[in-house]
Design a protein around this ligand. Structure first.
Ligand SMILES: Nc1ncnc2c1ncn2[C@@H]1O[C@H](COP(=O)(O)OP(=O)(O)O)[C@@H](O)[C@H]1O
Ligand SMILES: [Mg+2]
Length: 241
């Protein structure tokens, strides 16, 4: 089956002076449209490097990446920006909201850079989707951490992407709020969005359909959660990939 994300033999090597840092070593990664996958792994294992390459924020040293059927290797930056904008919404641990803009204005910010018109009803829809209908006029400083992350998720959704990539999105949130953010991701996934979530939190990671484990720049495990939760009689099974 062709996937919405098809990455083959991804290598990402950073150079620090004479030292080479192998952040990704030959990673194959395949996600079907509508899937909800999580990625876990120790600090420094390459999770951010992988997500940044999958989202075309960073180019791989070698390897190929097809997003929604488009090969991204060798694309000019302007074309890459288009592929990214049409397909990917990013969510980060630090929210990265503009402090002087309201929730509503932060959410509509990406529209400044795309050719889409500002459409009030679209922004209202997104505010509703992230559960912030009554917070649109608040500044980030007037919001809780969970609400700030909802604004950031709204900003990721405004251009109507196919895929959400989230890098430790609950890393700054308490466990109850983290669970609520995950519920929101699941709700968005039920609406058809493909979700790829990096998290340190095993309880959250296990709520995905598939959980990948990264170690030293390689995928060392893929747990099929649907299979596990449907068969309580079997142990969590490590499927070699
Ligand atoms: N810009 C960079 N320059 C040099 N090394 C980097 C850079 N970014 C990440 N690394 C290194 O690449 C490896 C993977 O990093 P990262 O993907 O951030 O890991 P994780 O997100 O799993 O904690 C680490 O060894 C990290 O130090
Ligand atoms: Mg990271």
């Amino acid at each position: 089956m062709s996937g919405i994300i098809e990455a083959k033999s991804l290598v990402k090597t950073y150079r620090r002076g004479r030292e080479e840092i192998h952040a990704l070593r030959n990673v194959d990664f395949h996600v079907n449209e509508g899937e909800f996958v999580s990625i876990i792994g120790p600090s420094g294992s390459g999770k951010t490097a992988l997500l940044n390459v999958l989202g075309c924020l960073d180019s791989p040293t070698s390897g190929s990446l097809r997003l929604n059927g488009t090969e991204t290797w060798g694309l000019k930056e302007s074309k890459l920006v288009k592929v990214r904008r049409e397909n990917i919404g990013f969510v980060f641990q630090q929210f990265y909201l503009m402090p002087t803009l309201t929730a509503r204005e932060n959410i509509e910010l990406p529209l400044l850079f795309s050719k889409k018109n500002r459409n009030k009803s679209r922004i209202d829809d997104v505010l509703r989707m992230v559960g912030l209908s009554d917070r649109g006029d608040h500044l980030p400083s007037q919001l809780s951490g969970g609400e700030m992350q909802r604004v950031a998720i709204g900003r990721a959704l405004i251009n109507d992407p196919r895929i959400i990539l989230a890098d430790e999105p609950t890393g700054n949130l308490d466990s109850v709020t983290s669970q609520m953010i995950f519920e929101l991701f699941r709700e968005l996934n039920r609406k058809g969005l493909t979700m790829v979530i990096v998290t340190h939190n095993l309880d959250l990671a296990r709520q995905a359909q598939k959980m990948y484990t990264l170690r030293d720049g390689q995928i060392v495990g893929c747990d099929d959660m649907a299979c596990i939760s449907g068969r309580s009689d079997i142990e969590v099974q490590q499927v070699a990939v």
